[in-house]
Design a protein around this ligand. Structure first.
Ligand SMILES: [Fe+2]
Length: 310
């Protein structure tokens, strides 16, 4: 089983790369490479690129790439049914990849050996003077309503036709642990959603890297980018409002994962999220089954619309 290190990228098909680039730039990403038919954007962290748009007539979510720990992980994955050989990456940054397809057809690439960038995150998180500790002294906060850098791709969420099959497919290939489950409101089961995190033993990892949801439609629900702190979320929110983009839901705090979130729609209708202050778990965290109502998935802030849950 392969050891996942990071969700490296999400890949979309869209009819206009210039429109996508303009939006993703305002969302805090930066262009790494652009050819006639493909656009690669990076965050301010080290991953070579985290958002890819291929020019296609009809927009769709193509898939995601997961960075694994070693070339041996790729060799192991290549032996499984439906996997490609270990091959040279066709993307900028080089390295190697194994291409696989989930039961509903999403393309999942395991990648290893891709070049990294220098981290170019422009500032540290502001220290927060809460009631019992005031670490920020002689250092006023000054921030403009502006683009906030997306540091890394934190997670993506898929609607699938068979939840159990998709979770099994992922867990057979990558060392993942369930962090929390969804059951229908008020019911003990069945499980209709699973939050999956990387298993790094005693080391802390994000609450989830992937969320799989049972659904009557197949596609991406959203992908999510981590930003430096709450001031980044809020100042970027105001900036995106000023640019006239479509707010989807935010700002608020999630229940499962506890992230402070802010969801927007890109120009093609795909939902993208800024987040900060998510839960960190190690191997000892036990999953819970959440069977509250949709509205209860938000602890405070803007309640998601009904469309968010469809
Ligand atoms: Fe999210």
């Amino acid at each position: 089983m392969a050891k996942p290190i990071e969700i490296a990228q999400v890949t979309y098909g869209v009819p206009d790369l210039d429109v996508m680039e303009a939006f993703m730039t305002d969302f805090g990403l930066a262009r790494v490479a652009k050819e006639e038919n493909i656009l690669y954007m990076r965050g301010s962290g080290q991953q070579h690129h985290i958002h890819v748009a291929r020019k296609e007539e009809k927009q769709r979510f193509i898939g995601a790439s997961i960075e694994v720990e070693s070339k041996n992980d790729l060799i192991e994955l290549s032996k499984l049914e439906g996997s490609s050989e270990v091959q040279l990456s066709s993307e900028p940054g080089d390295g190697y990849e194994v291409v696989m397809h989930m039961p509903d057809g999403f393309e999942i690439k395991a990648i290893w050996g891709r070049k990294k960038h220098e981290d170019v995150t422009e500032r540290q998180a502001f220290k927060f003077n809460h009631a019992h500790a005031k670490p920020r002294v002689n250092a006023p906060i000054r921030i403009k309503q502006n683009i906030c850098q997306a540091i890394k791709l934190g997670h993506f969420v898929l609607h699938v036709s068979n939840h159990d099959e998709s979770v099994k497919w992922l867990q057979e290939r990558f060392d993942l642990l369930p962090s929390d489950y969804f059951a229908p409101p008020g019911e003990a089961g069945p499980i209709v959603g699973t939050f999956l995190r990387f298993n790094h033993g005693d080391k802390k990892v994000d609450h989830h890297a992937i969320l799989i949801l049972q659904s009557d439609w197949v596609g991406v629900h959203h992908c999510s980018f981590e930003v430096i702190d709450l001031d980044a979320v809020m100042s970027a929110h105001d900036y995106l409002v000023s640019k006239g983009y479509q707010l989807d839901c935010g700002v608020g705090r999630h229940m499962l994962g506890s992230q402070i979130f802010d969801y927007w729609k890109d120009p093609f209708g795909f939902r993208v999220e800024h987040y900060t202050d998510g839960d960190m778990l190690d191997e000892h965290a036990e999953p819970t089954i959440f069977n509250g109502t949709a509205i209860e998935t938000t602890q405070w802030g803007m309640a998601p619309t009904l469309e968010f849950f469809q």
